[in-house]
Design a protein around this ligand. Structure first.
Ligand SMILES: [Zn+2]
Length: 103
């Protein structure tokens, strides 16, 4: 869902939606048995969530990006976007990242 960052109302509702999704996910995880979760993780670990092909870990700055050479998707683990923004300090790292990974 694209978000216009200048629209605080849309951001507010997106935050509510994300919170709701996290809560539903927590409930679902709680219901699912440990064994099933383990199998799911083994099945999907380091596979692209969009096309299913194998992801490769590529280091960019100090961040390990999970990259899909098949569809060109780049995936960040929790907290890595924040790390990238922290490293950025006005250097335009996200723009540079896109030039490297989307060429
Ligand atoms: Zn892919």
């Amino acid at each position: 869902m694209p978000v216009n960052p200048s629209d605080p109302e849309k951001e507010y509702f997106l935050k509510l939606e994300l919170e709701k999704l996290r809560k539903l996910q927590q409930e679902s995880r709680a219901k699912m048995k440990e064994e099933s979760r383990k199998k799911l993780k083994e099945l999907h670990w380091m596979n692209c969530p969009k096309c299913g092909m194998e992801l490769k870990e590529v280091e960019y700055q100090t961040i390990k990006v999970d990259y899909c050479a098949s569809c060109g998707g780049s995936w960040f683990d929790a907290g890595e976007i924040e790390q990238l923004l922290k490293l950025d300090e006005g250097q335009g790292l996200l723009g540079k990242f896109l030039k490297v990974f989307k060429s």
